[in-house]
Each structure stands twice: as structure tokens, then as C-alpha cells.
Design a protein around this ligand. Structure first.
Ligand SMILES: [Zn+2]
Ligand SMILES: [Zn+2]
Length: 344
């Protein structure tokens, strides 16, 4: 029995369609018929070879939702026909980090679509531990994309220990930002500022009841201080991955404020320890991936419509190498404006 899969053969080359065996199902595994697989900006980095994919050839795709096709002998939580979405980490479940509930550091953890075959295929095989029921109210497309950027936004807010009534500044109002704004509101944030330089993204933020701040027109830190009567924000989320915005996020903090850094950068940024951290007991917090235990709350908030993803998916395409490569080309050109989902 074989299936179609769009796979990375070697870095820097277009993905190719291959006919490969349908994976065999281990005792604790679930075989999922893929109904939606999100094409993520990181997939463009994988194809280009700027981020390692191993082993090759490999099926990309880490944002996956579908229907259970088959279950292993020891699987108890799912049955064929169940609608599901997948946590993108395959973890051992018993190492030190897994036991602590920090399974993103699992010593043998593997991200699907990067270190093990992902969702650009007709089927994906995954341990039951990484499978979550997808309520009928949530489309497969939304079920797929929420498992990456939305989940990471929620993890960032959890890491920043956002409390009801606090204020939040979101630096970067793109794909992550749209989730971050709504999730901050769902967590009870009293005021949310959205900082970006693109009017179209700021308009989206305004439509979500965030206060837009255009960083190309004025210093966003000055604006945040002005709008908070000089106090600053309790939580700043940096989603851009630039030293400049990391610095701005830190400088915008109130006394006891927490800056959560999500965007990736290998460059350093300067901090004035006395004024920006020590004197305020402010914190800078690193955020990596997200946790399986956070997903039920995320799924419930999407089900209730508190996180509305309806404006996020721009297009769906069939499972075809040429169509997927064209989307990855676009992502390389335009950044995260494009959100396309494969519906095999
Ligand atoms: Zn992703
Ligand atoms: Zn582990």
C-alpha cells in the first residue's frame, strides 16, 4: 500500500512528489489520514537549507489535522474516524524533560516534518501522545495552523505569566501577532498594544480591538509610555526576531514587567541593566516551541471563537509538488503574509 508525499530530497532543490509506503502503525501509534497541512514560513527555511532537515529524503509539514485511519493495539484514546490535530513534537514520554512537563527539550524529541516524516502526504503516523481531538466546530485548516504559531503565542503568554487585568505590547502584528493579540485578550489582558510598521497589519490589529502603534512614524517605546501614563506594559512579546524590537520590548516594560522573546535572532542586543532591568525587577524570558499540555486550552478557545482564525488562511491547494513549491517561493519573497494550507 503506497501513498503520495511531497518530500524534500536535498537542500536548495524544489520539493518532489514521491510514491512511498503508507507507514506501518506501532502499538502506541495512530495513523492519521491528512485533511489539512499548513505551509509554514519555517518550511521555506528547511527547503533552502538554512535550517537542518534530517534524514533526507523527508516529508515536510508540521501543522497537521486529519481523521484517524488506524490505531495501534495499545491505543485507548482514539478510534478510527475521530477528527484530530497533531502536536508537532514526537517525544519519548519518560526522559527527565518529558517527566517535568518540558517535553520540548526531550532528549530524543523529533519535530515532525523536520526530523521525521510530516504532513505533506496522504497519511502520517504519530504516537498517540501527540494526538488531540479536534472539535467539530473547528475546520481542519484551522486545526492544522493553530498547532504552530497560535500554540507558540500561547506558550509565550504562559511563560510571561500574564495575569488578568495586565497590559500587553505585541511587537510584530503578523501571523503570530494575530494569535497573540486574541490570546492575550482571552487571558484577560486589560489593554493590548500592537506594534508594527505595516499599515495593513495594524488595521487587522485594530479590528481585533488592539491599540495600533506604527513604529515607522514614532518611537514605539515613547508611544507605549505615553499611552500608559509613563508606566509601561506588564508583558511585552517580541515576535519579529530583530535586536531593535527586542530592545524596544525590554524598554517598554513596567515595574515587574516581563519581556517574552519569541522571534529568532543570532545577534546580540544591548540592555541597560540598572534602568531597564534591576531597578524595575523586570525580566527577559526566552520562549521555545510550546507544550502538549497547553493545547487543550488552545483548542477550547478556538472552539469558542475566542481565538478567531478565519482571516488567517489565505488559500488552500492540492497535494502537488509544484503548488507547494510555488507557495514556498512566495514565502521566501514576502515573509509571513501568506498562509496556505494543503488539503489532500
Ligand atoms: Zn509552523
Ligand atoms: Zn523525552
Amino acid at each position: 500500500m503506497t501513498m503520495k508525499a511531497v518530500r524534500m530530497i536535498q537542500p536548495g532543490q524544489p520539493l518532489e512528489m514521491q510514491e512511498i509506503p503508507i507507514p506501518s502503525v506501532g502499538p502506541q501509534d495512530v495513523l492519521v489520514k491528512v485533511k489539512a497541512a499548513g505551509i509554514c514560513h519555517s518550511d521555506a527555511h528547511y527547503r533552502a537549507g538554512t535550517s537542518r532537515v534530517d534524514p533526507l529524503p523527508l516529508t515536510l509539514g508540521h501543522e497537521v489535522a486529519g481523521v484517524v485511519a488506524e490505531i495501534g493495539a495499545q491505543v485507548t484514546g482514539f478510534k478510527p474516524g475521530d477528527r484530530v490535530c497533531l502536536h508537532y513534537l514526537v517525544t519519548c514520554g519518560h526522559c527527565l524533560y518529558c517527566n517535568q512537563g518540558n517535553e520540548q527539550f526531550c532528549t530524543t524529541g523529533k519535530m515532525i516534518g523536520k526530523y521525521t516524516d510530516g504532513g505533506y502526504a496522504e497519511y502520517i503516523n504519530i504516537p498517540e501522545r501527540s494526538v488531540f481531538l479536534l472539535p467539530d466546530e473547528i475546520s481542519f485548516e484551522h486545526g492544522a495552523i493553530m498547532m504552530c504559531s497560535s500554540a507558540t503565542s500561547l506558550h509565550a503568554l504562559n511563560k510571561a505569566r500574564l495575569q488578568p487585568g495586565e497590559s500587553v505590547a505585541v511587537f510584530g502584528a503578523g501571523g503570530l501577532g494575530v494569535s497573540a493579540i486574541q490570546l492575550a485578550q482571552a487571558c484577560g489582558a486589560q489593554q493590548v498594544f500592537a506594534v508594527d510598521i505595516r499599515d495593513r497589519k495594524l488595521e487587522v490589529a485594530r479590528s481585533l480591538q488592539a491599540t495600533p502603534i506604527n513604529a515607522s512614524l514614532s518611537d514605539p517605546v515613547d508611544e507605549i509610555l505615553r499611552l500608559t501614563n509613563g508606566r509601561g506594559v506588564d508583558v511585552a512579546m517580541e515576535l519579529v526576531g530583530l535586536p531593535l524590537t527586542m530592545k524596544q520590548a525590554t524598554r517598554s516594560l513596567a515595574i515587574k514587567g516581563r519581556a517574552a522573546l519569541v522571534g529568532l535572532s543570532a545577534e546580540s542586543f544591548a540592555v541597560a541593566p540598572y534602568h531597564e532591568l534591576i531597578n524595575k525587577e523586570a525580566e527577559i524570558i526566552g520562549v521555545s516551541d510550546h507544550l502538549a499540555q497547553e493545547l487543550p486550552r488552545l483548542i477550547e478557545w478556538v472552539r469558542q471563537g475566542r481565538l478567531d482564525l478565519s482571516g488567517v488562511v489565505t488559500k488552500t491547494i492540492p497535494l502537488q509538488a509544484s503548488a507547494v513549491n510555488a507557495v514556498l517561493d512566495q514565502l521566501e519573497g514576502f515573509g509571513e503574509d501568506v498562509r496556505v494550507v494543503i488539503t489532500p
